[in-house]
Design a protein. Structure first.
Length: 178
């Protein structure tokens, strides 16, 4: 199948192009066809603007976006039970004197909210420019503050945004796999 592949952030610079057509039957066929070496850990795929698993079959004309990790660390989505030991092992480092974890559990209800709005700016920003604004309305401030924290945390973990820092002496993409 002829598909359009799109690259972003550091992947785009690594390849030297942003968009290209190639032949691929499944999402798993895309990375090897690019000839860019080892696949970065944490790379996500989207087909026609929806996240997709590697076994997804492609159709002629599909657009496949390769989404590099947006920050350091590891990220997994699974239907299997979670293991605190496995998560701690992923961050083990001989320089670390401590490992801190958080376990979120299913609760009966979520925040009492009226509405949430998130605005994120793209493009070149200068020191002091606002890059993201989140507004939450709720009957009580505790619920609004908790929802605001959850919104920024979710944004940073799941939305494909990348940061390129520009210095007098050069520039670099921030985040693992960039």
């Amino acid at each position: 199948m002829a598909v359009t592949v799109r690259l972003f952030a550091g992947l785009r610079e690594r390849a030297g192009w942003a968009r290209r057509e190639l032949e691929a039957a499944t999402v798993a066929d895309v990375w090897p066809a690019l000839g860019l070496g080892d696949e970065p850990a944490g790379l996500l795929y989207a087909v026609n603007r929806e996240y997709a698993e590697r076994d997804r079959e492609l159709r002629d004309g599909d657009e496949v976006a390769l989404i590099p990790p947006v920050s350091g660390g590891a990220f997994r989505v699974t239907e299997e039970p979670l293991s605190l030991d496995a998560v701690a092992a992923e961050v083990a480092d001989e320089r670390a004197g401590a490992v801190t974890t958080f376990t979120g559990t299913v609760r009966r209800s979520r925040h009492e909210l009226c509405a949430v709005a998130i605005h994120h700016r793209v493009g070149r920003l200068e020191i002091g420019d606002a890059s993201v604004m989140i507004a939450v309305s709720a009957p009580h401030r505790q619920a609004a503050l908790a929802a605001c924290k959850e919104a920024i945390d979710t944004l940073k973990e799941t939305v494909p945004l990348w940061k390129k820092e520009v210095y007098e002496g050069g520039e670099e993409w921030i985040g693992r796999g960039s």
